[in-house]
Design a protein around this ligand. Structure first.
Ligand SMILES: [Zn+2]
Length: 368
């Protein structure tokens, strides 16, 4: 039996153990993907070591488990009922899994499945363990299996490292679509210097959003983001003045058409509220960030100003394919990402030594 190297967690907080395990055979409608790059959330180590206290309501896979969310690689083998993908195809694997047969899954709404689960990360419902049992392989491994319907085909000129960032890019893209931001419109990105915020800026530029306003804490980082497109991007270091006041000036007192909140976990709800106050009448706010405390929301104001507030979770494989096409033509410019490569064999040391100085511009990837 052929084996592969995998980093497996045996206990929460313990080091990942590098082990040789059998290479799985893909089931009839699945593919086997040779992992070339796996995206790493900068605080993955914290999440994995402090899991029970941080997210007690999100089920983890049964241990030992292989983590690793955003995989890019090459199709190595296909199941007997896979006809439109071949070994050698370069792909990104959307890790969003549903149970496959509930009403929502049958409507192609995987994120709305009661068993919605991130392969290689965590679940969101009681059916999640069954999904983990079907797809137990995360990206910190040499191979993973995945359903054929979860694959995004990558153009030749999109690197595996760039594709390992599709989780953030796709989340941003789905949020921008829900926000209605498009050419001629303005979009405020709350937290534009972070991994998700920067991706929202890149996708906003790619989709033709005319004016992008971004908030953050680090002026140096904000200046770097502004330099991506100085005539289209305006930035504000928070704390200097209220966000809505600044946004009102830029938009000729009307307010912004859309707000996307990408603030990291632990951010105060007041920071989100400040950004939402920048919406114009009829505007839309979309949350993809990690603000965890309840928002003291003035729903009477939402009603009176005809404002919508929307939660957005992840993205569809079809949206991922849109991104791949945009990146292939250069419409979506991913050249600004700075890859920080961690060899799979050094994953424990790599995860503890992640430096986050460049925030969103850093792209951490584990590479077998
Ligand atoms: Zn389902």
């Amino acid at each position: 039996m052929k084996t592969m190297l995998a980093a497996r967690m045996h206990e929460i907080g313990g080091p990942l153990r590098l082990e040789q395990i059998p290479i799985p055979e893909p089931r009839p409608t699945d593919v086997l993907v040779a992992v070339k790059a796996c995206g790493v959330v900068p605080n993955l180590k914290n999440v994995l070591t402090k899991w029970p206290e941080w997210f007690p309501y999100l089920p983890l896979p049964r241990l030992p488990a292989i983590f690793g969310l955003d995989v890019a690689g090459v199709v190595s083998q296909v199941g007997t009922q896979v006809h439109a993908l071949q070994p050698g195809d370069r792909v990104y694997v959307n890790p969003a899994r549903g149970c496959g047969s509930c009403r929502r899954c049958r409507s192609n709404e995987i994120v709305n499945c009661p068993g919605f689960t991130f392969q290689g990360y965590f679940g969101r419902g009681p059916l999640s363990q069954a999904v983990f049992d079907d797809y137990p392989y995360g990206g910190m491994s040499e191979y993973i299996t995945a359903p054929q319907s979860a694959l995004v085909k990558l153009p030749e000129n999109v690197s595996f490292e760039q594709a390992a960032r599709f989780g953030y890019l796709g989340t941003a893209y789905a949020a921008i679509r829900k926000s209605g931001a498009r050419p001629g419109r303005s979009l405020l990105i709350n937290g534009i210097g972070g991994a998700l915020g920067l991706c929202a800026a890149l996708v906003g530029l790619a989709t033709g959003v005319t004016t992008i306003l971004g908030t953050g804490r680090n002026q140096q980082l904000l200046d770097r983001v502004k330099n991506l497109a100085p005539r289209r991007i305006a930035v504000l270091a928070v704390g200097k003045r209220p966000v809505h006041e600044w946004a009102s000036e830029i938009t000729g007192t009307e307010g912004v058409d859309a707000v996307i909140d990408t603030l990291p976990p632990g951010s105060p709800s007041s920071a989100m509220q400040d950004a939402l106050n920048a919406l114009r009448r009829g505007g839309r706010g979309v949350n993809v960030g990690g603000v965890g405390e309840p928002l003291p929301l003035n729903v009477h104001r939402l009603m009176g100003m005809n404002i919508q507030l929307i939660g957005s979770c992840w993205f569809t494989t079809s949206e991922g394919q849109d991104l791949a096409e945009m990146a292939g033509t250069g419409t979506l410019d991913l050249s600004v990402l700075e890859h920080r490569r961690i060899p799979l064999r050094d994953v424990n040391e790599g995860l503890t030594s992640l430096q986050d100085a460049n925030r969103g511009f850093n792209n951490f990837v584990v590479m077998p």
